[in-house]
Write a protein that binds this ligand. Structure first.
Ligand SMILES: [Zn+2]
Length: 299
């Protein structure tokens, strides 16, 4: 790639410096730290995978995938966004094990190498959840348990914090009815911009975050649970104060999502809305230090 010696040394120093800073800050850190010393452009894509969630965070040549949607369409979406010979995804996050977030990940593990895997650690009784666990084992991906305080470092000015669950739920049995409540909540910081990813969080999750005083304020909000009326409540929106809300939802779905009541709440607060059922794949790009902006297919 034309990198010379001094550049490599610089990268190593930078990595060491970050580690020292983290040590002093007493932050629970991941063992992988991205090198993005040469490029800091960031792109976040909400893939149109029908009724489900699949979101790609692309920073330089690194990729983080949050959920895989309900089917294999995520694979072709990823292939379009990733460099031709790059078959490695640095981190896959499973917010919760419902099929509309998990199923596509089975295809992802078959087609790509996955270095790291983040989830709540809860045990879920489903065939595909078990297949996924086998694929992770076979792949040798490093498993991480999501809990408040965990930080994924992308670069000096870009990172993702895990905001929820508050404690490790590792090895606890998860019932179908409770699966949405313990969705992994992530907040992305990129220079001066922030983005909140809420999985299929519910009113309960939202109240927990607000009541604990977690800093959830974000420029962009990935609306929880495909626009369900049981989430994205007024008090939550008034804490997040997003300028833009992105909804991952299937066209003409049987759940009648996004709910009219929820859309009204967004409208009342003058929040711009983008939806995968109407807009297709939605990509937000951020040039270094500039604000997020919608990619060409949207405007
Ligand atoms: Zn869902």
């Amino acid at each position: 790639m034309g990198l010379n010696g001094p550049f490599c040394i610089y990268k190593m120093l930078s990595r060491k410096t970050i580690l020292i800073i983290l040590l002093f800050a007493n932050i629970v850190s991941w063992s992988f730290i991205y090198d993005l010393t040469s490029t800091s452009n960031l792109e976040v894509c909400f893939f149109d995978v029908g009724q489900g969630d699949s979101i790609l965070i692309k920073a330089g040549d690194k990729q983080i995938l949050i959920d895989g949607g309900p089917n294999n369409s995520v694979v072709s979406k990823l292939s379009k966004k990733m460099p031709l010979f790059d078959k490695q995804i640095d981190l896959v996050v499973l917010t919760h094990p419902h099929h509309d977030h998990l199923n596509g990940l089975l295809n992802v593990f078959e087609k790509f190498k996955v270095s790291n895997f983040l989830f709540t650690g809860e045990i879920f009784e489903s065939k595909n959840f078990n297949i996924l666990q086998d694929l992770i084992l076979k792949e040798g991906s490093k498993k991480y348990i999501a809990k408040l305080g965990l930080r994924i470092i992308i670069s000096k000015d870009q990172y993702i914090d895990v905001l929820y669950p508050f404690e490790s739920l590792n090895n606890q049995l998860l019932t179908d009815a409770k699966a949405n409540d313990s969705s992994v909540i992530l907040k992305l910081y990129s220079f001066n911009d922030t983005m909140l990813f809420t999985g299929d969080a519910t009113f309960k999750t939202e109240s927990d975050l607000v009541e604990k005083g977690i800093d959830i304020r974000s420029d962009v909000l990935k609306v929880a649970h495909h626009g369900s009326k049981y989430a994205t409540t007024d008090f939550f929106l008034h804490s997040v104060l997003p300028k833009l809300a992105a909804i991952s939802v299937g066209e003409n779905n049987t759940y009648n999502q996004p709910a009219i009541e929820m859309l009204d709440r967004l409208e009342k607060d003058n929040i711009k809305v983008v939806r995968t059922d109407k807009n297709g794949d939605i990509c937000l790009t951020q040039k270094k230090t500039k604000q997020f902006s919608l990619s060409s297919q949207m405007e």
